[in-house]
Design a protein around this ligand. Sequence first.
Ligand code: PEP
Ligand code: MG
Length: 587
Amino acid sequence: MDRAIVGISASPGIVLGPVHLLRWEVPDVPHRIIPDEEVDREIARLNDALERAKERLRAVRDRAERHAGPEEAAIFEVQVSILDDAELGKRTESYIRQNLGAEKAFDLVLLEWRQTFARSAVPMMRERVGDLMDVHIRVLSVLLGLPDHDPVDVPKGANAILVTHDLTPSLTVQLDRDAIAGIATDLGTRTSHVAILARSLGLPAVVGLRDAVGRLRGDEYVVLDGSSGILVVNPSAAEIDTFRNRAIAEAQTEAELLEAADQDAITTDGVRITIRANVDMPDEAEQAARSGADGVGLMRTEFLVVGRASMPDEDEQYRAYTRVVRAFGGRPVVIRTFDVGGDKLPVGGFPAEPNPFLGWRAIRMCLDEPEIFKVQLRALLRAAMHGDVRIMLPLVVSLDEVLAARKLLGESADELERRGVACKRDVPLGIMIETPAAVIAADTFVDDVAFFSIGTNDLVQYTLAVDRGNANLAGRFTPLHPSVLRLVKRTVEVGALHELDVSVCGEMASQPLMAFALIGLGLRSLSVNPRAVPLVKRLVRGLSISFAAEAVAAALQARTAPEAERQLKYRLLAAFGDAAFLRDSVT
Ligand code: PEP
Ligand code: MG
């Protein structure tokens, strides 16, 4: 199949549909010098382009408001106001009067503005950098007569396969799920946030395709196979049949697993494993609750703020958290405080950093911006009145961070009490274990936290020094590396010694082979993407703890990740044969 473009499986499912190419990047701009007599005409062309861009933005805003809501649509209002800024027009005109073509003049002004805004000491200004970029692309596309690649411009029912170089979370949350059937990106890996989001939206996705955007024209149709990570361009009738049969078989397996989703995950030797769900968007909560999960092991709250013009206020956050808590009717819901930065920048306002994964992200940002953090903490303490809420701090490396967060939590409760608002004061506070530092110093936290949750996506990244989102390094991102297995083991041991709950909420837990290893390492609680809940439960019901422990003991002896994988794989195959539900894990 030479029309197959091979990437990385990011979210399961097989779909056939027309390609929707999205090139959301600043185009190359020719350096055009115009004669004096063309200056007025060029200014008129600029004004016309600004008007057309505004018209377009208003249409996009209306559409976003209809399918996503007024908060999500507000960002387009902000962009219209940027285009309305008299200074923007004046400055671009002054460059045109120096004989630059309108597109070069606009390009220069926007580059200047983006730099100035990004360096501003005023957060409000920094928050606008992403909007400036969108406006930059939109107006240049009009001036250069480029095809309109608007991310939200796919009609309902189109069943389109969105193909793009990189899909930022802010673009992802704008997508109309009634229009897009699958996502394909050149960049990214299984653990980059576009993949995580696609899984939580239940959208089949393939990432790390490298050059799909360059190879496609936009008028093709494709089969996207999210389970095996390939895109087949203009498939033949026979190929479509093959994929259709695979899709039917996958759907059948999934339906069978779902039928047993409510059964407890108890091993053959009688040990109960708690399987919770990772929930990224509040409107996925009800469906996630139907997956048979014993609660939520990780709610990624940062997806509430990405792609937005402003931070959600306390009431909006309270409603979002309460929705998830209610959907799970009293079962534990672990809500993680904002983990912004890295590859998931929210509303802007966060200057670009040369090294974002080692930068100002997660708990670091929250502690430095207590006014943002306390809004979230108050919303969480209020939502805790409706169920079993537990608060989790991301990327903690030091106890000081926990103590500082706890202090802010107390202040937030005091503020609510002063306001006479009902809230729960004694909400359990736990931490994510995502860095070697947190593992090695795990014992320093035990007196001050209620639980540990191992974030293997970041733990693998920071341990192996492998960027989790870099498709070129996907083969080197090996959760079964001896160092990672030992770090997980050590965390479990520290937890056991101090009677602290330890779970894993990274992607590793959602993959049966790795879940098998985790159970063998002593974990009794996993949090997985909602679709994987019935799958991991089924796995647990077919295993004994002693078998998993023996397999992992062999894996721990291995000196490389592939060797560890072999040790686990053949045992899993021996136990389950060629069971359909394990097809993607053991082949
Ligand atoms: C992790 O790092 O494993 C994790 C669960 O958090 P996130 O993927 O959101 O960084
Ligand atoms: Mg993480």
